[in-house]
Design a protein around this ligand. Structure first.
Ligand SMILES: NC(=O)c1ccc[n+]([C@@H]2O[C@H](COP(=O)([O-])OP(=O)(O)OC[C@H]3O[C@@H](n4cnc5c(N)ncnc54)[C@H](OP(=O)(O)O)[C@@H]3O)[C@@H](O)[C@H]2O)c1
Length: 162
């Protein structure tokens, strides 16, 4: 299982319901990585999608404790145990945890890879990803060259579990 996330210099990922940064190259990277695969997300992240509608060409799995909640083209799971039963149907290498904060926290212990797009900015935020720089069990494996969008610097990195 892999995590894919966009963080700022404080490892912040969101403020309320909103993403902090929308960078087209990062959106393309996300689409390339996840298309044809399985995406696992929290109900709050799903609700931020346009529509809100499932992401096309992907198996969408949404975690919620609400037994009455449903959405078209979405598999709902009500606990981590239910999620792992669902995931038995898929190759673990095709499963991407896509947020948000609560679901990253819940599933990062089961991930072996994290694709982290680092944005060189710090905005007001109240949602965070665990800081993998200070984590004992994660190492920076790949760091691409710095890119820029509208004056904002960013880079693609990959962390691996040791
Ligand atoms: N920068 C990025 O890459 C990125 C990516 C994704 C999201 N985000 C940001 O992250 C923020 C949203 O994160 P969030 O932490 O508020 O919400 P979230 O993780 O998207 O969703 C939390 C919800 O997931 C469900 N859930 C969590 N653990 C569960 C469990 N063990 N069993 C069953 N259901 C469970 C619950 O839904 P119910 O309340 O329905 O029970 C919970 O309220 C937004 O700001 C968003 O923009 C950023």
């Amino acid at each position: 299982m892999k995590a894919i996330v966009n963080v700022d210099t404080n490892w912040a990922i969101g403020n309320g319901d909103s993403l902090l940064n929308r960078i087209p190259a990062d959106m393309r990277f996300f689409k390339e990585k996840t298309t044809g695969n399985v995406v696992v997300m929290g109900r709050k992240t799903f609700m931020t999608f346009p529509g809100p509608k499932a992401l096309p060409d992907r198996v969408n799995i949404v975690l919620t404790k609400d037994e009455n909640w449903s959405a078209p083209d979405v598999i709902t799971c009500h606990s981590i145990d239910e999620l792992f039963v669902q995931l038995e149907r898929y190759d673990t290498n095709t499963v991407y945890v896509i947020g948000g904060s609560a679901v990253y926290e819940l599933l990062l212990p089961y991930c072996d890879t994290a694709y982290v797009t680092k944005v060189d900015s710090a905005k007001p935020a109240d949602k965070f990803f665990p800081n993998l720089e200070t984590a004992q069990d994660w190492v920076l494996a790949v760091e691409d060259e710095e890119l820029e969008h509208n004056g904002v610097k960013f880079k693609f990195t990959t962390y691996k579990r040791i």
